[in-house]
Design a protein around this ligand. Structure first.
Ligand code: ASP
Ligand code: MG
Length: 408
């Protein structure tokens, strides 16, 4: 007998038929004698609808009330999933995050899990019941309902797998695993059988929307091995995410990611003197603009230019923050330039291999993609290029690193 945690995302519980399908997947494990705890998301679209409804009533809704509202989406699906299991004759009980013992800090709409008390779940599992837990929610010390940030059901599942010391943790979604690149852009992309937390985290932060980045950080910290797999086609194995991956060093680049949500901001003619960057980036920090890549050219005639990227939704705030500094300095101009994307190659094998940058730049040259900004970390190289032609560039880079699957 194994203890299994299964998480089903929004599309996997998207309607009544999908929920019945989920119940069948769970039933199969119960029939094999396994103990099963399940985490479900809200039906896809529900959380967005609730947010829109709140904003149509009050542009700036109170965060406590927001959590009260958003927690409803998951409460619908836990009850319906339990009912679907009852219809199959499988004993099941639903629990809110609070009932399941998920304790969080007090920060509404973005709470962090601080502890798990699995006693209630344990006793229900011991009785032979499937336990269905509402994802994305918990309760603070004061018993108030909190939510864990968008995509937070993944985090609930990983925390539960850790708290219950599960043998297996399966994250069911609408794709059948993690790919070497988005298959909609790169038709020759391959499913990755095993990937390390670090690589998965980079890919998740780079907009490969398979899992919430925070949940991957958490699984790394608590060493929770999990599998990403499809609830639509259960016959296929998914991608296993864990610390050490076999053949870890042989694969130099594990995947290629494209982030279309970056904007490039350029500041020209600012005084080339100590303190300027500190003031500009201080102001950007206060404005809560998340700066990603930065370049500054060599100053000439006492002035310098600086370019950086931010997520597109932060553009307005970032420009206003820079303008306020330029006004007080009394010089310089700021502009948002061009439609750009960030292309990244990721792989822990980079630590022990050289020549990754030159191979990447060679492929980009072949794709006639002009590199505007470069940044590197131990396991990642990112470049900013024009949005135009970026998909071709992506395919060429994918081929250059030997990631293409055999055609046929
Ligand atoms: N329902 C929440 C969201 O849409 C949590 C989740 O689906 O993971 O963000
Ligand atoms: Mg989700």
């Amino acid at each position: 007998m194994a203890r299994i945690v299964k998480k089903f995302g929004g599309t996997s519980v998207g309607d009544v038929e999908r929920i019945k399908n989920v119940a069948k997947i769970i039933e199969a494990d119960v029939a094999l004698g396994h103990q099963v705890a399940v985490v479900v998301s809200a039906r896809s679209g529900v959380t967005n609808e609730l947010i829109a409804r709140a904003q149509s009533i009050n542009e700036n809704p109170n965060e406590r009330e927001m959590d009260m509202l958003l927690a409803v989406g998951e409460q619908e699906t836990i009850a319906l999933t339990a009912m679907a299991l009852h219809a199959l004759g499988v004993p099941a009980v639903s629990m809110t995050g609070a009932m399941a013992g998920i304790k969080t800090d007090p920060f509404h709409t973005r709470a962090r899990i601080v502890s798990m008390n699995c006693d209630k779940i344990e006793s229900r599992l011991a009785e032979g019941s499937v336990v269905i837990v509402a994802g994305f929610q918990g309760a603070n010390d004061d018993g108030q309902v909190t939510t864990l940030g968008r995509g937070g059901s993944d985090l609930s599942a990983i925390a539960l797998a850790s708290g219950l010391k599960a043998d297996v943790c399966q994250i069911y979604t609408d794709v059948d695993g993690v790919y070497t690149a988005d298959p909609r852009i790169v038709p020759l992309a391959r499913k990755i059988p095993e990937i390390s937390y670090e690589e998965m985290l980079e890919l998740a932060s780079l907009g490969t929307k398979v899992m919430q980045a925070r949940s991957v950080e958490f699984s790394n910290k608590f060493n929770v091995v999990f599998e990403v797999r499809s609830s639509f086609d259960t016959s296929k194995p998914g991608t296993i995410v864990k610390q050490e991956v076999s053949s870890m060093e042989d694969v130099v680049v594990r995947g290629v990611a494209l982030d279309r949500n970056q904007a490039k901001i350029m500041i020209t003619n600012i005084p080339d003197e100590p303190g300027t960057a500190a003031r500009i980036f201080g102001s950007l920090g206060e404005a809560n603009a998340i700066v990603d890549m930065i370049v500054q050219n060599i100053g000439r005639h006492g002035v310098a230019n600086m370019t950086f990227t931010v997520p597109r939704e932060d553009t307005k705030r970032a420009v206003a923050a820079v303008e306020s500094v330029l006004n007080s300095i009394g010089g310089g101009e700021v502009a948002v330039v061009g439609d750009i994307v960030k292309l990244s190659v990721v792989g822990v094998g980079m630590r022990s291999h050289s020549g990754v940058a030159s191979k990447l730049f060679g492929a980009l040259a072949e794709a006639k993609a002009n590199i505007q900004i470069i940044s590197t970390s131990e396991i990642k190289i990112s470049v900013v290029i024009d949005e135009k032609g970026c998909e071709d560039a992506m395919r060429i880079v994918h081929t250059a690193f030997g990631l293409d699957k055999e055609e046929g």
